[in-house]
Write a protein that binds this ligand. Structure first.
Ligand code: ATP
Ligand code: MG
Length: 267
């Protein structure tokens, strides 16, 4: 899955990343879904082991344009994983107390503890994305944030957090179809939001902001992956593979049983 990883220090040109790419899988959609289902099972077992061992912490950052599929990713990739072992933290427009603090204040408190997986649905990256596009703070302030974020994530990494960051890359046409579907489908209409259309007008500004953020903050310890996300099944498959690889790479073991465990057949 290395093909989707942004190498530290490299430039990012999103127009060179195809949102329809399927090159990491030979089969069709049904076969892709079958592999994802199998990976779900492995993820479930690995999460259990992560919790039992209690040594590592895992942070998954999800970023995307509106209707980019963050919610669907969480639903599908973590299907079957014990809800006790996974936490989702969603970052919306900051509340007044959050506004009154630095932008990492609300983020740090949501990071995973030992044995936990936390998924960030949006994240501190909003503070160099929406904040930049809407000029909510001057450039002299948001530009320094790339360095803050690298340092913050490096600190988390040094203290035992494995970080992986996914940008769900959809095309502008695909976004239009998804936003239209939110209007047409009565079960999705609650998600339709006029603000999304306003944001869509700034598509190019967002793409540029993403390109710089990904280039500035993809590190060995906290890499970004640009996930082709026009097809949900492919997106789910690629993310599942990356997460399973990451957890398997931790070489976890169940801890030794406590001393003095009796044999229940003889007590
Ligand atoms: P969907 O993709 O389904 O639309 P969502 O993640 O956009 O879901 P919403 O409740 O629609 O969820 O939007 C949350 C909004 O909060 C986004 O527009 C996001 O840009 C905004 N937001 C998040 N963090 C910040 C921040 N630090 N400053 C300003 N706005 C923020
Ligand atoms: Mg939204």
């Amino acid at each position: 899955m290395d093909r989707y990883r942004i190498k530290p220090g490299s430039q990012v040109d999103l127009s060179r990343h195809d949102p329809d790419d399927r090159s990491a899988f030979d089969g069709d959609k049904a076969a892709g879904k079958a592999e994802t289902a199998a990976l779900n099972g492995r993820l479930e077992a690995l999460q259990e082991l992560l919790y039992a061992e209690g040594r590592h912490k895992v942070l998954v950052v999800l970023q995307a344009m509106d209707a980019g599929g963050k919610d669907g990713t969480i639903r599908s990739v973590f299907e079957g994983v014990n809800p006790q072992g996974v936490k989702v933290a969603s970052f919306k427009r900051p509340t007044p107390p959050e506004q009154a603090h630095d932008y990492l204040w609300r983020v740090h408190g949501q990071t995973p503890g030992s044995g936990e997986i936390v998924i960030f649905n949006r994240s501190h990256y909003e503070d160099v994305l929406v904040v930049r596009v809407h000029e909510l703070v001057p450039e002299s302030r948001w530009r320094k944030r790339f360095a803050h974020i690298r340092a913050f994530e490096s600190m988390l990494g040094d203290e035992g957090t494995r970080i992986v960051k996914f940008f769900l890359h959809v095309s502008k046409d695909e976004q239009r179809e998804r936003l239209q579907e939110r209007i047409d489908d009565p079960r999705k209409r609650w998600k339709a939001n006029p603000a999304d259309l306003e944001e869509r007008k700034r598509w190019d500004d967002y793409q540029a902001a993403y390109e710089e953020a990904l280039a500035e903050t993809s590190t060995e310890q906290a890499p970004w992956y640009v996930i082709p996300a026009n097809a949900n099944w492919y997106r789910n498959l690629v993310i599942s593979r990356i997460l399973v690889d990451l957890l398997e790479g931790l070489s976890m073991r169940y801890p030794e049983p406590a001393e003095g465990i009796p044999d229940m057949r003889v007590v």
